[in-house]
Design a protein around this ligand. Sequence first.
Ligand code: ASP
Ligand code: MG
Length: 414
Amino acid sequence: MAIVVMKFGGTSVGSIERINRVASHVAREVRAGNQVAVVVSAMSGETNRLIGLTQEAASLHDAKEYDTVVATGEQVTCGLLAMNLQQYGIRARSWLGWQIPIRTVGLHSAARIDSIGTDGLMADLENGVVTVIPGFQGVSLDGRVTTLGRGGSDTSAVAVAAALNAERCDIYTDVDGVYTTDPRIESKARKIDRISYEEMLELASQGAKVLQTRSVQLAKVHNVKLKVLSSFIDPENCTEDDLAGTLVCDEGDIVEQLVVSGIAYSRDEAKITLRHVPDKPGIAAEIFGNLADAGVNVDMIVQNTSEDGKTTDLTFTVPEAEADRAVTSLRDAARKGEFGEIQADKNVSKISIVGTGMRSHSGVARKMFETLAAKGINILVISTSEIKVSVLIESEYTELAVRALHSAYELDKV
Ligand code: ASP
Ligand code: MG
């Protein structure tokens, strides 16, 4: 018998009717002879509602109490699904994070999973009991309830799959797989059958929202076979094709490596330029030290050559929500005359092309730049990794750039 982990996101458990559909999906796997562990998110919108309550109660609250409140969304769906399964005649029980336990380390509201106790879960699975597990929840070493950060239940599911040595970890969501780009922007976007962990990691961190980045990292480390598929298919009447979704797997399990597999975009970017920064050792360390102290995440960085041999311009990008904090953290240094003006521009987007085939092909970046040039789109900043090229452009050209690149790399054709 194989152990299968099934994870259902917020929209998939958003109402009693939908929880009912989830129960039939679980029933399908049980009938197929599998031992099933289910991981659920809170009902869609519920985590936001709970966070709102904590803010109303006290604007500066204790993170431990925040976790106590915010973790309850998953407790509700967990119990509801277990009840619903029992109604179908399937033996099931809910397990809370601290009961399993899912031990976490690190900060409250952004905890990391350290280890998962498997004795209780395994005993249930071996007795034919479906275990229903809340995503997002854990317990700290001193016994307090913790949460893993927004979108954390994908990570819970992968961690449970790794701990139970599951054959698969199926992530049921509101889309039927990972697409070559966002179908809302490019109607010719295609569902990808197989994608490597590395590519998925880049796509997820570059703005494709289908999986939490951390969950992909964890799947890669533990070699968990991840599948993304839709929870809206008819559980009673579905074909193998409906259930195919997108498999996220090892590069070696993909026969044909595409040069570019997908295009991601993110509008959540801001560009910050520091003018007349002294061209001397230690200055970058100071600037980025200030930003790190302020908890700002810096992404792309370019330093221009110095025109006069004395000062240079430094440009970098940060998430839009952190732009004001970034500027504030640098004002003191600017005031002390360590550099000239600070310019911030929030009207920028990052467009990324991702593909493992890039490693062995030349001319990939050139095609990107030529395609954008042909559309008259100016590139503000460029950054690359082994399997990714990202450019920063003005926000208004986001759709145009995504569509042009999608067709330039023939992603509509394969
Ligand atoms: N309920 C949590 C959130 O909305 C965790 C999750 O759904 O993945 O962020
Ligand atoms: Mg999610």
